[in-house]
Design a protein around this ligand. Structure first.
Ligand code: PHB
Length: 359
């Protein structure tokens, strides 16, 4: 069988997965309004994809301040918990497993998305050369990110508490675990990277200090869930959202060791750029849990990286947008539908829940 390894079971922390095909976290910008609440349409979308070994939800802002794009769902209100509960119940009824991705965008935002139209927050007051998406009276527009204000040292305990509260809500909503988004240039990645963190307090300066906020968040979330139901997503060397980092490899190795010591369920590496063998092997040697990789994998490349032993599971993004039955297609060696980029963000059922399964 061509996808023998992808279709074999995997123990991931406290979970047993029937296969190693992961649905990647995907922003689709279809949360119900007002309130950024998951809807029955979102329930249907996730239910259709329940044959994945693991679904990781789209990034969900832990607080209103953590939002960087209009129409993304949150996990800070009771209405959102109820909306997400319908999602997890449908996925479970269809035999699946689903983690929630906890998201705070930091400086990748705009005052129109922020409480009281304030400045977005970040480790340092350095603007990202990137864009946010805002729906206002003038319609839907891409806007340049605002210059953020630097979080005060005294605000960081509250931020960690916000992650903890979101983790508790995710539990109330019936998820199987949570993934902490520390990749792709959002808040926790902004703390990790040298270009965006120029703090001189206990959360900046040395590599250990830049990693401190993420590790405090991991500990707070693990206290709620148990580490065996917590994953962390990183994107070492990824430039997305104007990240620059002169210590990307040492940071990846330091985090691999620190997260191994905490015995989290998995490390999820988003490969925005091709990673060196040195990085892949170094992370593998240091981290004892499962490694999920993502980055435009097709079936042959996915089989190859599993065969190499450098990853335990592969996350698929675009293929999962267009193929709700991706696992069955892999088993049948059937062709994949192609995704329609024009319907990635916003809108309704079209390009969301209307992709066909195999005949
Ligand atoms: C996006 O909306 O393009 C997006 C959102 C979250 C990510 C990466 C990209 O982590």
């Amino acid at each position: 069988m061509a996808s023998e390894r992808l279709l074999s079971p995997l123990t991931l922390g406290q979970l047993e997965l029937p296969n190693r095909v992961v649905m990647a976290p995907l922003t689709r910008s279809r949360a119900g309004q007002p309130g950024d609440v998951p809807t029955p349409l979102n329930v249907e979308y996730y239910r259709q994809r329940a044959s994945a070994g693991l679904i990781i939800s789209e990034g969900s802002q832990i607080t209103p301040q953590g939002q960087g794009y209009s129409l993304t769902p949150g996990i800070y209100s009771e209405a959102q918990v109820a909306g997400w509960r319908a999602v997890t119940e449908a996925v479970h009824a269809a035999g699946g497993r689903i983690f929630m991705q906890l998201w705070h965008v930091g400086r990748i935002s705009h005052h129109l998305l922020q409480p009281e139209a304030g400045a977005p927050v970040a480790p340092s007051a350095i603007r990202a050369e990137s864009q946010s998406f805002v729906i206002s009276a003038e319609g839907a527009t891409l806007v340049p990110c605002d210059t953020p204000r630097a979080l005060g040292s005294d605000e960081l305990p509250q931020l960690v508490a916000d992650y903890r509260a979101a983790a508790e809500r995710a539990q109330a909503a019936g998820f199987d675990g949570v993934e902490i988004h520390a990749a792709n240039g959002y808040l926790l990645h902004q703390f990790l990277a040298t270009g965006s963190n120029q703090r001189d307090d206990a959360y900046g300066g040395s590599l250990e200090r830049r990693a401190r906020l993420l590790l405090e968040v991991v500990d707070a979330v693990s206290a709620v869930w148990g580490a065996g139901r917590v994953g962390v997503r990183l994107s070492p060397f990824g430039p997305f959202n104007d990240i620059s980092d002169s210590e990307a490899q040492p940071m990846a190795f330091y985090l691999a060791e620190a997260l191994a010591a905490r015995q989290i369920a998995y490390l999820h590496i988003n490969e925005q750029v091709a990673l060196s063998d040195e990085l892949r092997h170094g992370v593998r040697q240091r981290f004892g849990g499962a490694i999920i990789v993502a980055g435009s994998y097709d079936a042959p490349r996915a089989e190859a990286i599993l065969a190499s032993g450098l990853a335990d599971a592969v996350a698929f993004g675009r293929p999962y947008i267009a193929n709700p039955d991706l696992v069955a297609r892999l088993a049948a060696e059937a062709p994949w539908n192609l995704p329609d980029e024009s319907t990635f963000y916003g809108g309704g059922a079209q390009g969301y829940t209307d992709y066909p399964t195999m005949a």
